[in-house]
Design a protein around this ligand. Structure first.
Ligand SMILES: Cc1cc2nc3c(=O)[nH]c(=O)nc-3n(C[C@H](O)[C@H](O)[C@H](O)COP(=O)(O)O)c2cc1C
Length: 443
C-alpha cells in the first residue's frame, strides 16, 4: 500500500458550489456563500478529512449577465478571498488556503504582500491561483473602458509572475538576525532590491515582508488556451483543469509536461487537479436522480446567459429550440468556449439543451456510489490523466458531508488518499519542493 500513488484533493469553494441550482436544493443552506460560521465549519470538516486545500475562486465583478439571470445566482455575493482566507487561517491548522488573484486588475506589489502575509499568518499554507480575468465587466470596475486582449493579458501575467516571485525573494531566508546586543535587525547583505522595469510593469522593491514560509506560496493556474498552457508550463505548480474527458485530460497532461521539459522544468513539480462535481448516492440511480433534480433547479434565464458568457456572444435572441448559429472568435476564455462548441457540433444540440448544460455545470462530474466514484478517480490517477481533483460540491452542507463521510473513507481504504497530514505546509501536502531564493542561492 505504501508505494501507491495518492490523490491530492482540493475543495473548489466559490466560496460554495459552482452549480447555479445549489442554493435551491432541498436541505441546502441558501445563504452559505456568505455565511462565515458555516464556511468555517466547511473548512474545518475538510481539514478533518485531510484535504490538501480549500480553494477560493474570485471574480472582480458580478457575473456578466443580465439581472434577469443574475437574480437567480447565489454567486452574486461572495467574500473577498484574502479576507475570508485570513479568517479561516485562524480557524484551521493544516489545510492549504488558495486564493484567486488577478494579474490584469491588480498590482504585483499588492499581490506579493498579501500572499506573503497569508503565508506567514497560516504557517505556510498559502497558494495563488493566477487568473488573467476573462469577465469583461471587471474592466469597468477598474477605470478601463474595454476589456484587455486575451493574449496580451497572458503576456502581462508572465511578467507579473516574474515580479511577484522576485519580490518574495527580497530577503534571504536568514536575513533577520535580530541581534539585540549589536542593535542590528537584519543583515543588509541579505536584502535584494528588485529594480524591475519591464514592458508592462515597473516595481522597485524590496518587499517589506520577510520571505514567505514556503519560499513562494504555491502557484496555481487554470488557463487551458495556447497562451494559458504556455504560462502554466513556465510557472504553474498546480493546474485546475475543466476537462471532462479522460483521454483529453491525459493529452493535456502530456502536452504541459513536455512544454515544462522544453523550458527546463521538472515535470514532477506539477500537480494536475481537474475540477469534479461529485454527487453521491446509495445507488447509482439515486445519485443520478439527485443530479437531475439539481439540474432542474437552474432556470432557462440563467442557463442561456451562462451559455452566452461561455461563448462570449449573446445568444439569448436566437430560437431556443434551433441550432447554435456560427459564433465569431471572441476575447472570452478560450477553453470553455471550445468545449461547448465541440459539444454542440457533436450532439447537434439545440440552444435550449446547450443552455441547460452551460447553466448546470458542463465539466467533469462523478455521479454514483462511494465505490463507483472511487473507481473513476482511481482510473484517472492511475492512467496519468490527473494527480487528484478539485472537488466541487453540488450543494452544501450535505453535498460536502456526503463526500467527506462516504467517499474519503473509501479512498483511504484503498490507500488512494492520506489518513493524516505528513507535513504542515501546502507544499508538503502536495509534494512540491520549496523554491530556492533566486538572489540568495543556498550553495
Ligand atoms: C477550475 C477552474 C477555476 C477557475 N477559477 C477562476 C476564478 O476564480 N476567477 C477567474 O477569473 N477565472 C477562473 N477560471 C478561469 C481561468 O482562469 C481561465 O480564464 C479559463 O480557464 C479560460 O482559459 P484561457 O484563459 O486559457 O482561455 C477558472 C477556471 C477553471 C477551469
Amino acid at each position: 500500500m505504501s508505494g501507491q500513488r495518492k490523490l491530492h484533493l482540493g475543495a473548489f469553494m466559490r466560496p460554495i458550489s459552482i452549480h447555479t441550482g445549489a442554493w435551491r436544493y432541498p436541505g441546502a443552506a441558501p445563504d452559505a456563500n456568505f455565511n462565515f460560521p458555516l464556511l468555517r465549519r466547511f473548512a474545518q470538516r475538510l481539514e478533518a478529512a485531510k484535504f490538501d486545500a480549500f480553494f477560493m475562486a474570485d471574480h472582480l465583478a458580478v457575473l456578466n449577465m443580465p439581472v434577469a439571470a443574475l437574480k437567480r445566482s447565489h454567486t452574486v455575493t461572495s467574500f473577498e478571498p484574502f479576507t475570508l482566507l485570513s479568517a479561516l487561517a485562524g480557524a484551521t491548522e493544516r489545510i492549504g488556503l488558495i486564493a484567486t488573484a488577478s494579474t490584469t486588475f491588480d498590482e504585483p506589489f499588492h499581490i506579493a504582500r498579501r500572499f506573503a502575509s497569508l503565508d506567514h499568518l497560516s504557517g505556510g499554507r498559502a497558494g495563488w491561483n493566477i487568473v488573467t480575468t476573462a469577465n469583461p465587466d471587471a474592466a469597468l470596475n477598474f477605470g478601463y473602458d474595454d476589456e484587455i486582449d486575451h493574449d496580451e493579458r497572458y503576456r502581462r501575467a508572465r511578467e507579473f509572475h516574474e515580479v511577484v516571485t522576485g519580490l518574495w525573494d527580497s530577503f534571504a531566508d536568514d536575513a533577520f538576525i535580530r541581534d539585540v546586543e549589536a542593535g542590528i535587525y537584519f543583515d543588509p547583505d541579505k536584502l535584494h532590491v528588485l529594480n524591475h522595469k519591464g514592458k508592462y510593469l515597473s516595481v522597485r522593491g524590496p518587499l517589506n515582508i520577510a520571505r514567505p514560509v514556503q519560499g513562494w506560496p504555491v502557484i496555481v493556474q487554470a488557463g487551458a488556451s495556447e497562451a494559458g498552457r504556455q504560462l502554466a508550463a513556465a510557472t504553474a505548480e498546480v493546474i485546475f483543469l475543466a476537462e471532462p474527458r479522460i483521454e483529453a485530460a491525459r493529452a493535456f497532461a502530456a502536452d504541459i509536461r513536455s512544454r515544462m521539459v522544453a523550458l527546463g522544468r521538472d515535470p514532477a513539480h506539477l500537480k494536475i487537479l481537474p475540477g469534479a462535481l461529485t454527487v453521491v448516492g446509495t445507488t447509482i440511480e439515486e445519485a443520478r436522480a439527485k443530479r437531475a433534480h439539481l439540474d432542474s433547479l437552474v432556470h432557462y434565464d440563467s442557463g442561456i446567459h451562462s451559455l452566452s458568457g461561455m461563448l462570449g456572444v449573446d445568444v439569448s435572441r436566437y430560437d431556443p429550440d434551433g441550432p447554435l448559429p456560427d459564433i465569431p472568435p471572441t476575447n472570452a476564455g478560450q477553453s470553455g468556449r471550445e468545449r461547448i462548441l465541440d459539444y454542440a457540433r457533436r450532439e447537434n444540440a439545440t440552444i435550449r439543451q446547450l443552455a441547460a448544460r452551460a447553466g448546470s455545470y458542463a465539466g467533469l462530474s462523478f455521479v454514483g456510489t462511494p465505490e463507483s466514484i472511487a473507481d473513476e478517480m482511481q482510473d484517472w490517477l492511475e492512467s496519468g490523466a490527473s494527480d487528484g481533483f478539485n472537488i466541487m460540491f453540488p450543494w452544501l452542507p450535505s453535498g460536502l458531508d456526503d463526500f467527506v463521510d462516504l467517499v474519503v473513507p473509501e479512498l483511504q481504504r484503498r490507500g488512494l488518499f492520506r489518513q493524516d497530514y505528513e507535513g504542515t505546509t501546502l507544499r508538503e501536502h502536495l509534494g512540491l519542493p520549496r523554491p530556492e531564493n533566486r538572489f540568495f542561492p543556498s550553495s
